[in-house]
Design a protein around this ligand. Structure first.
Ligand SMILES: Cc1cc2nc3c(=O)[nH]c(=O)nc-3n(C[C@H](O)[C@H](O)[C@H](O)COP(=O)(O)OP(=O)(O)OC[C@H]3O[C@@H](n4cnc5c(N)ncnc54)[C@H](O)[C@@H]3O)c2cc1C
Length: 479
């Protein structure tokens, strides 16, 4: 098959998967008010890869390295900087053309690329073969994936084996000649209810007595024992919003419960090699944070654009303190872009697999997360109070009060009131809404907390070199 249509993707989701949202069991997620939006968001990516637009197809569709068959370019394992840049470019193209990120193949391959790099280091030919065959399965059937890494974790101060019960971290509960049985729950898994395959990776370092927790595998989403409990979302546009012509683009996250799920051996990529659990979690985190910093550039560009536009609609674009704030806004976006580029330019090679530069990737993610709220504050400041209190589209459409709004809510004479209010509503969505609060938390936690990035920055930085230089400068050691 190689490349599926959006319709084929949607049909593949009617497979008996066990999905809940807001207490309701959902028989067909494609028809659900909220989950349907998330399905359409992913389907928009399929529309692009199967479109007749040659220019778009060339960027998103690659030739299979051996057979030459068309495959989704995310299924090319990166071997150099250029192929890492391809991933960033695809993410940008998808966001710009669909209005949202059909997030899945990127995170799934973040997991699988890490699995392949680590399987080699374990030196287990079977795991390598399993990962390679699974990649071929994804390529051939053009499957949508999610990456299930974060366990629910229970008491954070305790290691997996020290918890109140053994299931706070996903683990192996049985093994036989055909496969393994796993139990546990993964949480906040993006795009999970609309994935075809779930790829599981350990969430942290495991110790010798935690070998059952050092487990990685891939499993179809409709496998017996798997339940998705989804975050509720916003659903389609309401008639209260000034909004663009395109549909809402949104994904949802789910808690995935694995209740004694059987995984055949040919789907297992790690089982018991606790010494490599940290390497796998670390390599996944690097790939995934590179994906994150890539997808954040277009989203913060739109937000920065709201500030630039609101300054103009309010007639303030030449005012000193506004320009000062716009400089900070631009520096935030462009630092992220520069770091993302630097990360792809200096990959670390694991055999022939190019892993984005871990130090720079973590610096970029930390920059993004640590400064996001300040960035939001600047946009809120420039936008003005109307970003919090703006009348809605139903007010605008009511002839009794329309003239008041038209008359009083204009800004700079260069623009219409309607245009100003459209931009106010766009700005609201990013800095004063339920979704914007969601993004503030997401920015801090998704792809790992800031402490996790700092840990990796410390690990990758040449602290000893700094110290030696200081000691030489101080005359403590000879130069
Ligand atoms: C919108 C969203 C999407 C996500 N998508 C995915 C996904 O697709 N796949 C996936 O696998 N995960 C996903 N995640 C999960 C994400 O990686 C985690 O939220 C993140 O790793 C933080 O873990 P936590 O939420 O359990 O927070 P916690 O671990 O509870 O962190 C809270 C605070 O406690 C600190 N802390 C935690 N443990 C310790 C400790 N032992 N010692 C000291 N300090 C500690 C943290 O640094 C942080 O400051 C997503 C999260 C969000 C919000």
């Amino acid at each position: 098959m190689g490349i599926r249509t959006a319709q084929q993707y949607k049909e593949s989701l009617r497979d008996g998967r066990n999905v809940y949202i807001s207490g309701e069991k959902v028989e067909d997620i494609t028809q659900h008010r909220v989950l349907g939006v998330t399905v359409d968001t992913v389907a928009a990516g399929y529309e692009m890869t199967s479109s007749d637009n040659q220019e778009i197809r060339e960027k998103l569709v690659a030739k299979h390295p051996e057979t030459g068959e068309p495959i989704n370019r995310f299924f090319i394992t990166p071997q150099n900087s250029e192929q890492l840049f391809d991933r960033t470019r695809m993410i940008h193209l998808l966001i710009e053309n669909t209005g949202g990120l059909p997030f899945g193949k990127d995170i799934g391959t973040d997991c699988l690329n890490a699995v392949m790099a680590v399987a080699r280091q374990i030196g287990n030919k079977q795991y390598e073969e399993n990962a390679k065959n699974f990649l071929e399965h994804l390529r051939k059937n053009d499957l949508h994936t999610c990456g299930a890494v974060s366990c629910v974790k229970g008491d954070r101060s305790k290691e997996p084996a020290m918890q109140k019960h053994p299931d706070y971290y996903l683990h192996v509960v049985d093994k036989n000649k055909d496969g393994i049985v796993v139990k546990g729950a993964k949480m906040h898994i993006t795009s999970a209810p609309n994935a075809n395959e779930i790829i599981v990776v350990p969430t942290r370092q495991m110790r010798e007595n935690e070998a059952d927790y050092a487990v990685s595998f891939a499993i179809p989403a409709n496998t017996k024992g798997i339940t998705f409990i989804c975050r509720n979302g916003r659903g389609p546009w309401s008639d209260r919003e000034f909004h663009p012509d395109r549909p809402v683009r949104e994904l949802t996250e789910a808690m995935i419960v694995f209740d004694n799920v059987f995984v055949p051996w040919d789907r297992v990529f790690m089982c018991g090699e606790w010494q490599y659990s940290m390497l796998l979690a670390y390599t996944f985190a690097t790939f995934h944070r590179f994906t994150a910093i890539s997808y954040k550039i277009p989203s913060v560009e739109v937000m920065a654009g709201c500030a630039v536009a609101m300054a103009k609609y309010n007639g303030l674009e030449k005012v000193g303190h506004i320009r000062d704030k716009l400089a900070n806004i631009a520096a935030y976006v462009e630092t992220l872009r520069a770091l993302t580029r630097a990360s792809a330019l200096e990959p670390v090679m694991h055999g022939d697999i190019a892993v984005p530069n871990p130090l720079v990737t973590n610096m970029a993610k930390l920059h993004f997360a640590d400064n996001y709220h300040q960035f939001v504050k600047l946009i809120q400041d420039i936008g003005g109070g109307i970003v919090a209190t703006c009348p809605d589209k139903r007010d605008w459409d009511n002839p009794d009060i329309h003239e008041y709004l038209e008359h009083y809510l204009g800004g700079s004479g260069k623009y219409s009131t309607m245009e100003r209010l459209q931009m106010v509503h766009e700005t609201m969505r990013h800095v004063c809404s339920h979704e914007s609060a969601f993004h503030e938390v997401t920015t801090v936690h998704a792809e790992g907390s800031m402490a996790a990035q700092k840990m990796m920055i410390l690990y990758e930085s040449p602290l000893e070199r700094y110290e030696t230089r200081a000691k030489r400068a101080a005359g403590i050691i000879e130069s």
